[in-house]
Write a protein that binds this ligand. Structure first.
Ligand code: MN
Length: 133
């Protein structure tokens, strides 16, 4: 089980980062934070992350580059990654998913939708780690 594992929020905007952190903590999740793509990759590699929420426009590595690196590494490739995107217009879904994300949330965030997707993907991560040999 991964019930002690955290949700990693990778977001460079401090107001958004605090908002996501507060929503997730208020709903019982442990949250760790990163402010750049590189910091997000380094933090995910430390092994305490069950689910990643990743902004697209980030310093150092953008969200697509960062998720590409994580999905290329055996230790991190099974961590579900949800894009936090400000421009999910029609057609964007394809390049978001093609870059390695498992799902996405459009900003401004709808809190109910965010929690529904977070619970679904966090639960999926718990299930796959329970199935692991
Ligand atoms: Mn950003």
């Amino acid at each position: 089980m991964n019930e002690n594992k955290a949700i990693l929020v990778v977001e460079d905007d401090p107001v958004n980062r605090k908002l996501f952190r507060d929503i997730l903590r208020a709903n019982g999740f442990k949250v760790i934070e990163a402010a750049t793509g590189k910091e997000g990759v380094d933090t995910a590699r430390q092994g305490d992350t069950a689910l990643i929420l990743m902004d697209i426009q980030l310093p150092e590595l953008n969200g697509m580059e960062a998720v590409g690196r994580l999905k290329a590494e055996p230790a991190t490739r099974d961590i579900p990654a949800l894009a936090l995107t400000g421009y999910a217009v029609q057609g964007d879904r394809e390049w978001i998913m093609a870059s390695g994300f498992d799902d996405y949330l459009s900003k401004p965030i709808n809190i109910d939708e965010m929690l529904e997707k977070v619970r679904r993907w966090y639960g999926a991560a718990a299930q796959s780690s329970a199935d692991a040999p």
